[in-house]
Design a protein. Sequence first.
Length: 346
Amino acid sequence: MTVKKQPQSWQRQDFLRIVAAAGILGAAAKLGLDQFQAPVQARESRILMGTVVNLTVLGEDQDRTTAAVRACLDRMEALESILSRYQPSSQLSLLNRKGSLPDPHPALQKVVRAAVHLADQTEGKFDPTVKPLVDLYQKTYQQEAGLPGHEQIQAALELVDFRQVILAEDQIRFQQQGMSLTLDGIAKGFIVQEGLRALRGFGFVDQLVEAGGDLAAGGLNRRGEPWTIGIRNPRKGGQAALSRVRIANQALATSGDYQQPFGHSFEHHHILDPRRGHSDPELASVTVRAPGAMAADGYATAVMVMGAREGIGFLESQPGVEGLLVTKDGQIMSSSGFDGGGSQVG
């Protein structure tokens, strides 16, 4: 484990950016996106996952490049309409309102199953049924009533238990009335993963898909090397890099206390401990590298709840998974295989 002190605010990225390149026309990533040159490029923007999605695909054939852009965005938009808890017509919202859902879409089945498995794997430190608790904090904060009281938190925790989610081939249901799911800690990774898959269907092999804190890379960059990704400082307004990591056919995801804080101190935020009812006080951000974006997304969320020591031990136990953790007082810690984990940039 590597530990270094890091100066101590960053806001969530306003734009989701996706870049893909075919063949040797690979794109380079470095704390953002460098300038690219290609025979043709296609661009389109949509509002997806609560932000503006700007998609740029570089290629050699205009028709194929344009089709790839639309296929990628269409796939991501279709998945959002199934998995979003913010869209009243989504299957997830329908499940939350009714407590059961017959014939769920395969994507919902897959993500809920992965979420429940991760909950079991982490002994409930990641729990998709935490939504009643998250709703309580958000409602109280929006009403400018400060933080919820102990009795309110305990009442919400009565509805949090992943073991009461019943998954069958033809149905998803809750065993207790009033339960509900949020897939915020895992679904964006799945959607990014599927965006990458859509681009591959058009022959785009060397590609980078970035969605705020979630990123998936296919192939190599234009120099035939792994992609170099900068990890931002959670306490530097997003402008300074803590480290750089190289990935190829892997994913990277970051969770942080700065993304949706309940107040200015970052002490309380949207990543809540499903067992205790409040945010863990130790970590400011967690970045996880994993074979797939859904796994990286889920692991980053779980480790934010675990804290540094347990979190690093957990990451070390997962094949092909590494992580970099930043504490609220500026310490940087990394698992043994996270290349560049303890370095300091800028």
